[in-house]
Design a protein around this ligand. Sequence first.
Ligand code: ZN
Length: 652
Amino acid sequence: MKFSKSPLNERFADLQLLRYEVPGFEDLTLRQKLLVYYLAEASLLGRDILWDQNCRYGLQIRKTLEAIYTHYEGSKDNPDWLAFEVYLKRVWFANGIHHHYSCLKFQPEFSKTFFLAELNKLNESLLPLKENETKADLAKELADVIFNPEVIPKRVNQADGEDLLLTSSCNYYEEGITQAEAEAFYAELKKKADTKQPPMIGLNSRLERASDGSLYENIWRSGGLYGKAIDRICEMLDKARHYAENNKQRAIIDKLVEFYRTGNLKTFDEYAILWVNETESEVDFTNGFTEVYGDPLGLKASWEGYVNIIDHEATRRAKALSDNAQWFENHSPVDERFKKKECKGVSAKVINAAMLGGDLYPSSAIGINLPNSDWIRAEYGSKSVTIANLTHAYDLAAKGSGMRQEFVLDEETRQLLNDYGDICDDLHTDLHECLGHGSGRLLPGVDADALRSYGSTIEEARADLFGLYYIADQKLVELELTPNAEAYKSQYYSYLLNGLLTQMVRIEEGNQIEEAHMRNRALISRWTLEHYTEALQIVEIEGKHYVKVNDYKMLRKAFGELLAEVQRIKSEGDYEAARQLVEQYGIKIDAELHHEIRERYNRLNLAPYKGFINPTYELVKDDTGNITDIHVKYEESYSGQMLRYSKQYNTL
Ligand code: ZN
């Protein structure tokens, strides 16, 4: 996948905005483009639901801040104004006044005087006043919510021993309802529910108190809470259904609309089953109440929506490898006894996001695995996807970050990485996923869990080594998966750099390597460093350490040798050898080197959190008003997009 431009966009506070491109959109038929278009509209129309779920003041605050922002006439150099602008951008990013990750309320750096003065200048008609509310009331209430650190300090509190509902300010439970009350209410509902196919109780409602003091669920559905937003989502889904790629997909959309109309959780499960069973279409989507991280009790789901398109290029690559799986197995450097006589490749589905909405915007996941219902997963499985274009935007952002300038030895190597890094990263992942894990076999009678706690590190090492060994093979040039016989060197360098040095930036000083993938990379890199000293070195230049490769061909030999040994360990279930390999090379960190690497990284001053600006889709019409095409554009600014969404998708 090629990006025409750097994905880096605005940077402020602890945030970095990125753009993502939508490869493959142009190649869709007009029908499919229309499907994407209407599903994309549906994924933006739930935005206000999320804002209200995150905080009961969320929508009123956003509307007030935006009114001030768009009508401000004072000096743009005023420090209060500048701080106000950053605050609003952070609030947009978090879909509320609490940090999207830490859940803590933002402390504004502009003055309350500035806020009140600017609010006061506005005509009442520009403000989100509730019935009988005066401008003075609004100003007083919001000033307290925004500026007083004691008021709703945390969106989701998970601290043990406190009442999680009274101390969390998310809006899933009416104010004053205690954790004990809510738990008792749901324990009662669960008792009455189907135990074999339990619905996701509590998922789509706000828990409220009736006038007689009893609790009830205010359901999010057409005609119920958030009904106005839901009706508009349904309108778009109704348009999308006309362009569904097949009958199964049309049935999914219809079932989702039925769920939105009724709020019936049984219907929601039926929808999830239809959705997980549909794997043919090129365009897919999710839309609805999905993840429960925003509720301290883990019952109520925040609203999210996204649309995606299958990545044909990645799928083609994966298929080329899978189709030749037996060839790779036969030619691998492992002992004949450990090879599979008949092997099948696995094809993982890779997609590209076409629109992100609700709780997936601007901060998004890069892999998604749904549905969440346990019994449906057990009986029908789940769809697991990697979102390639978002991953690529992250990768590219990392490249523009100065990491290469700081950590790569010389210009020649940087050039190598610039030329082939992307292609070879993807290819190594494909080799790892589609062939590596599926290769080799256990000797008869060997327990699959024989390597116990070292098993997953050894398994990841096996898949990585399979990929490292084959990425340098002429076969990949023949299959047209690598451009030439030199490209693999970029993967060798970046892999070893990561395994020997840069992956340490993600570990706190004083800690050791815990995670299996990180252990595996350290294991492979350090084993090679120790056994192939002529091919690979760590050199020190002016107090900084660098990876230096002297002989790439020799490295391939090293990876083949280690692959043979790791496969032997796995096939024979040699626990002791696994233990020694992992303990010796995969875990410990040299404290001094760790400190140096972290220092160098921190000096780059990179934003810890990233999020995305969506593309826009423009309808192209002929003279008689018929839609003839849809263009995807990447021009809208962050603030422009946020303000437009607030206007165009203003549903609540
Ligand atoms: Zn793996």
